[in-house]
Design a protein around this ligand. Structure first.
Ligand SMILES: [Mg+2]
Length: 272
């Protein structure tokens, strides 16, 4: 009995020590949070109410988003209705921009380590939608992906050529040009959007690309197959794909992927 009591006392003492360790490591930061100081530069905030991590039938929306970004949740058609507020907060607040900056910081750091041949054949692949350009002004009116995709209205929006640049991607683009790496823009947008897309890109600060590759208007291929096929043509033509960045896994899966791939966040839609 005495031994049991001693054991109990030891356990209680151990638990108290653990609590103490937690107390030391957990604190509420008093400094100003980055979320509050990073203003969304690419779209005006619209008022959104709700928690920062809504629940989806027991699955928190932040867990849903992680599943999406890690490509564990695939082939989904719309953002779960309960997560519209969460995704809206994520996209319009500082979180999306901060996550994008982390991706681009890594991409720039990698590019700066490359020993370039200097033969003008080293290229970096850029996607368009939610990579070079942001369609947030459009998706903010469609529940940040919670409403079913409306092909006609999106094409009308894209044809206006008014999408803002994703500033982080533009930073990478400009750094690569400085380093002597040529951008190749490869998009699932169809050829009939070439003029609007080119005008939009130039107005947003993108220029001097090696190629702007769009999907043929009548092509039936899925995005991943089309893009890997175009990358293979580049390799066959003597280009070295030193990097590849996109917001969809279908931008970066499928040989030849490129020496390194970078996945930007996009919890608004899925393209196979
Ligand atoms: Mg995209």
């Amino acid at each position: 009995m005495a031994t049991a009591r001693l054991l109990l006392l030891l356990l209680l003492a151990s638990a108290a020590a653990s609590c103490s360790a937690w107390d030391i490591s957990i604190r509420v930061p008093t400094e100003r949070l980055e979320d509050e100081v990073v203003a969304p530069l690419i779209h005006a905030l619209r008022p959104l109410l709700g928690s920062g991590a809504g629940q989806l039938a027991g699955l928190p929306c932040d867990s849903w988003r992680l599943g999406v970004e890690a490509h564990n949740i695939i082939d989904w058609e719309t953002v779960p209705a309960k997560c519209e507020g969460y995704v809206g907060h994520y996209m319009l607040g500082g979180h999306y921009r901060r996550d994008s900056a982390v991706v681009v910081d890594e991409a720039v750091a990698y590019a700066e380590t490359l020993q370039l041949a200097g033969n003008g054949k080293e290229v970096w692949i850029f996607d368009v939608d939610e990579t070079t350009l942001s369609n947030l002004p459009y998706y903010a009116n469609y529940g940040f992906g919670a409403k079913p995709f409306n092909h006609t209205s999106f094409i009308n929006y894209a044809a206006e050529g008014t999408a803002p640049a994703l500033p982080e991607t533009l930073r990478l683009y400009q750094r690569l040009l400085e380093l002597g790496i040529k951008p190749v823009i490869l998009t699932g947008r169809r050829e009939y959007l070439r003029d609007a897309t080119e005008k939009n890109l130039r107005q947003q600060g993108y220029s001097m690309w090696e190629k702007l590759l769009l999907k043929p208007t009548s092509a039936l291929q899925a995005g991943a197959a089309f893009k890997s096929g175009e990358r293979q043509k580049l390799v066959d033509a003597g280009y070295a794909i030193v990097g590849n960045i996109g917001d969809q896994w279908s931008d970066i899966l499928g040989a030849p992927e490129g020496s390194r791939t970078f996945k930007l966040p996009d919890p608004m839609y899925y393209v196979s």
